[in-house]
Design a binder for this molecule. Structure first.
Ligand code: SF4
Length: 108
């Protein structure tokens, strides 16, 4: 298990919950350019960035998105997801390995 900074925060997991695959496959871009976590973010709750000012790859690899992914992998309660109606299936295999890859990207 990784340690330090972001990893420590991610592994301070509370209740167990399903891992949603959306943060690892999708983002949403609102009509004004604001980028959010998924299509459920119609209230602009997550706001990872703005494609008018940043390249989408910078937003995808940015700290806010990685922290969201990390929290999901650690099965932390995420307030934004609490009312989600999608209940996507847990399709993430080996979340610990994916977490390490995300953390490795965070270190660069
Ligand atoms: S649980 Fe729902 S709200 Fe949260 S990222 Fe997945 S699809 Fe979006």
């Amino acid at each position: 298990m990784p340690s330090g900074g972001l990893a420590d925060r991610c592994y301070q997991a509370g209740e167990r919950r399903e891992i949603c695959s959306m943060p690892f496959t999708d983002m949403c871009i609102h009509s004004n350019g604001i980028v959010g976590a998924c299509c459920s973010d119609w209230k602009f709750a997550t706001e990872y960035g703005d494609v008018n000012r940043e390249h989408l790859s910078e937003i995808w690899n940015g700290k806010r998105h990685r922290e969201f992914q990390c929290a999901m992998l650690a099965r932390k309660p995420i307030p934004f997801c609490a009312a989600c109606m999608r209940k996507p299936p847990d399709r993430i295999e080996e979340p610990e390995i994916l977490m390490q890859k995300i953390m490795k990207g965070a270190a660069t």
